[in-house]
Structure formats: C-alpha cells, structure tokens
Design a protein around this ligand. Structure first.
Ligand code: NAD
Length: 483
C-alpha cells in the first residue's frame, strides 16, 4: 500500500501530524493507498515555501517560465499511461476516457498557458496630446488552487498552469477523493526542474487543509472548482480579506432538442452528454427538453441506446460507464432516484445497481437512469445530482424551452439542437448561462471564457481570462508637457 506525500518546498514530505486518510478505489471498494491528512501546519509550511520562491519565479522572463512549464507538459505526455491508469483507479472512470480526455487535456493545459504568456499584450490608453496610460499586469504572489474529484488532473492543471504561467507561486489541494495524479504531478514537476516552492501540493480534507489555504492571509487569490455549497463557504471567508476568488460551481444543465434538430446527431451526443464519466461532469446535460412533436420518438430511441451502454470495471476496453466515485456518492445518487419516484417520476431505464463479477462485485456501479413525468419545479429537476441520472420532458414553444432551461438556480452550460440558424442564435442569446453549445457538447477551445452564471459560479477561466484573474493590473499614467 502506497502512502502518497505532500509536495512542499520542492520535496516530497509526510504530513506534520503523521496522519493519513484511506484512499479507496471505486471499482472494487477497496483501500489501495493512503493520503496525508494535512492541516494548518502543512499549509503554513507550503505557504512559507511559496513566499520564499515568489521573488525568483516572478522575476524570471516569460520565456524561462514557459520553458519549464513546457517540460512539465512533456513530463505528463511521457507518463500518459501511468497517469491514465492512476486516474481511472482513483476515480472509477473508464481507463479509455482517462487516456483520451483527462490526461491529454492536463498535458495541453500546461502547454497552452506556457505558450499563451509568449503571445499576450498589455493595454495602452491614449489621451492624445495630454499623455497616455499603459497597464502592467503583475502576478499576485501566493495563490490557492482547490479542485474537485470528477476530472482530477484535468481541472487541477487548468488552475495551476495559468497561475504559474502568470508568475505566481501556488499552494494547491486536489480532492481527497482522487489525489493520486496530483501526487504524480509533484514527481513530474521535480523532474522538470520547477524551482523549489513554486508549486506546493498539500493533500487532505477540504474543511481542514482546503480551508486553511483559503483562510491564510498570505494567499492573495483562490481559484476553486467544486460544489456550490463549498463555494459559498469559500467566498464568505475570502470576502473578509478582500481576496480575489474564481468560483466554478455546480450545474443543472439543459439539453434542448428542437423538432428541426438533426435527430441522429442529437440522439448520439445526448447519450454522451448525459452519461460520460458516469454523468459526473459539471457540464453534463441532466435535463433533456424535447419538442413535443418528436418527444415520444426521441425518448424511445434514447432509452433504447442508454440500455445498451455497458457498465463495468473501468479497466475493461468494453466499458462505457465505470463506477461512480464513492460509496457516499452512490448513496446520494440513489437517494435522488428514490426522491424522483416519490415526486411522481417514472424510471424508463436504470435506477438500480450493477454488480460485476469477482473482485469488482463491491464496486460502486449504477445503471444509467432516465426518468420522465416530473414537474419542472420538483427537487429532482432543480438540484444537482451529479451522477448517471437524467430527466426528460417535452416542451411546446421556444419560449417555454427557454423558460424551462433558465428555471433553476444554476447557469453553467446548455446544449441547443436545431438546424434553424435564427432559432439557434435567438435561443442562445436568451439563455442565462455561461456556455452554449449549438449542435454539439463539450467542444472546447481553451481560449474561450469558461464558467457559469447564478449559483454556477463567479468569474471565468480559460485563455487570457485566467491570466487576468491571476494578475493585478497596474495603470501607469504619463502626462506630456503642455505648451
Ligand atoms: P466539493 O465542493 O465537495 O470539493 C471540491 C474541493 O474543495 C475538494 O478539494 C475539497 O476537499 C475542497 N473543499 C471542501 N470543503 C472546503 C472548504 N471548506 N474550504 C476549502 N476547500 C474545501 O466538490 P466535489 O464533490 O469534489 O465536486 C463535485 C462538484 O464540483 C459538483 O458540484 C460539480 O458540479 C462541481 N464542478 C464544477 C465544475 C465547473 O467548472 N463549474 C467542474 C467540475 C466540478
């Protein structure tokens, strides 16, 4: 059994209190490694190391920082198989998914921000004969990055890479549920020659290690991805210190299918957008809204396809839906399926556990579940379930579809399926949401603003939005001599 280490001041270290948390693989329900149960003392050491490294790292040229970050990207590429395996074991996601999505994206996050800083520009505001202003962007100092378990290295690196590229030093905490690839990243950073203390990775629980990062007066900004309730706690603590926050939170996304959609494309992609990563992607479309005229046809075809999804051990090539991340999370998802029934919903498929054979029999497998017949305002249609469960319901007019889609407290990412260009643009414009995908889902361009409205978060990640977040603008005004 492996005890993983914190990464502080350039070295791999044990937690100060010597305590560890069991790390369970969802595929079998067995403990397979242990995670440091870090607390304030570990965070204080990490912050001290980051503060010591900041003058060196921030003084490096963009090119020097870029070269080091590119070496980290290459390090991830070299250990692709090992990282994908670790991600799948930690999270329960199909190995194939980790190989094709999670780890390639972590590699790309470092490469993207390593090169973005070579191509940026700063503003100059011209006042004509009176003078001009130029704006410098300075790194903030020590920043905190806290990430969730659903796309572990993908989202961890999505924060760390821009923070480091902009010249900050980082204290980061991955989810205690899926810590392993963040630990492997520490090894990669050491091999890549990242100067000591520039990145520090502290493992442990959110209410202890995570909260210590947020509350410490030396962290100048917190970039957080996770649940809306946690986001609220973090925002409350950070606001007391006027600390910058970027909050990427929950969703209850709508997948709107109009009668003029390309039926086959909408059908195929809806299966993916509902159940990829066991439905545990903040961007998954968990409420499928279908125009009344094609509702029965779409519903029946969708349920037929969903029934064919193969649920099973993540390491099998044939597996399309792996294990959900933990026993507690499985229980939560099951409680929502029970609630949906109480609220009058009909389970069209799924709604039960799946038990693979042999060592996987105690893993956390759930059949992809489709529920219809629920009112829009019921809890099942309002609250984030974050598992392989979707609801499906008909609508009659464009206005109704927009009202249904906008009718939750969330506003992260919606999909719109129509071949009518005007409808596509008009509906996209009316949706109160951070991201709209028209005739597609999860097509990503790393330069675009990423984030949500309402309870889905505050601020945007991606491209120069992230680099702006991790820097402070300073305006310098030059007055020209007047005649
Ligand atoms: P979570 O909020 O429980 O935990 C996220 C991280 O925050 C973990 O590292 C956790 O240890 C830490 N944490 C918990 N309490 C903390 C505290 N008081 N102070 C500081 N840190 C604390 O979320 P989760 O269950 O890991 O992830 C699932 C959630 O993440 C879902 O709601 C999902 O929608 C959301 N999510 C959002 C996005 C997005 O981009 N908007 C992306 C992925 C996941």
């Amino acid at each position: 059994m492996k005890d993983i280490s914190n990464y502080i001041g350039g070295t791999l270290v044990a937690p100060v209190n010597g305590q560890y948390i069991d790390n369970i693989t969802p595929a079998t329900g067995k403990v397979y490694s242990r995670i440091p149960d870090s607390g304030e003392a570990d965070v204080a050491q990490a912050i001290a190391a980051a503060e010591a490294a900041f003058p060196i790292w921030s003084a490096m040229s963009a090119k020097e920082r870029s070269n080091i970050l590119l070496r980290i990207s290459e390090g991830i590429a070299k250990r692709m198989d090992e990282l994908a395996q670790a991600e799948s074991v930690d999270n329960g996601k199909p190995l194939k998914l980790a190989m094709t999505v999670d780890i390639p994206r972590a590699r790309d996050n470092f490469a993207f921000f390593a090169t973005a800083i070579l191509h940026d520009e700063n503003a100059m505001h011209d006042m004509g004969k009176s003078g001009f202003n130029y704006t410098k962007r300075k790194p903030l100092g020590v920043v905190g990055c806290i990430s969730p378990w659903n796309l572990p290295l993908y989202l961890f690196s999505w924060k760390i890479a821009p923070a480091l590229a902009a010249g900050n030093c980082v204290v980061a905490k991955p989810s205690e549920v899926t810590p392993y690839t963040a630990f492997l990243l520490s090894e990669i950073c050491i091999e890549a020659g990242l100067p000591d203390g520039v990145l520090n990775i502290v493992h442990g629980y959110g209410h202890t290690a995570g909260q210590a990062i947020v509350a410490h007066p030396a962290t100048k900004a917190i970039s957080f991805t996770g649940g809306t309730a946690t986001g609220k706690t973090i925002a409350g603590i950070a606001a007391q210190q006027f600390k910058k926050t970027s909050l990427e939170l929950g969703g209850k996304n709508a997948n709107i299918i109009f009668a003029d959609a390309n039926f086959d494309d909408a059908l195929r992609t809806s299966v993916k957008s509902s159940f990829a990563n066991q439905g545990q992607i903040c961007l998954c479309g968990s409420r499928i809204l279908v125009h009344k005229s094609i509702y029965e046809k779409f519903r029946d075809a969708f349920v037929e396809k969903v029934k064919q999804l193969r649920v099973g051990p993540p390491n099998l090539d044939s597996t399309q839906v792996g294990a959900v991340v933990s026993e507690a999370h499985r229980d939560k998802i099951e409680s929502y399926i029970a609630l949906a029934k109480e609220e009058g919903g009909t389970v069209l498929c799924g709604g039960h556990r799946v038990t693979p054979e042999g060592e996987y029999a105690n893993g956390y497998y759930l059949a992809p579940t489709v529920i219809e017949g629920l009112p829009a305002q019921c809890r099942t249609n309002q609250e984030e379930i974050f598992g392989p469960v979707v609801t499906i319901m008909p609508f009659e007019t464009d206005e109704e579809a927009i009202a249904l889609a906008n009718g939750t407290e969330y506003g992260l990412a919606f999909s719109v399926w129509t071949q009518n260009l005007n409808r596509a643009h008009l509906v996209a414009d009316a949706l109160d949401v951070g991201i709209v995908w028209i005739n597609c889902w999860l097509v990503r361009d790393l330069r675009t603003p990423f984030g949500g409205t309402k309870a889905s978060g505050m601020g945007r990640e991606g491209g120069f939005y992230a680099l702006d977040f991790f820097t402070e603008p300073k305006n310098i005004c030059i007055a020209l001599p007047q005649q």
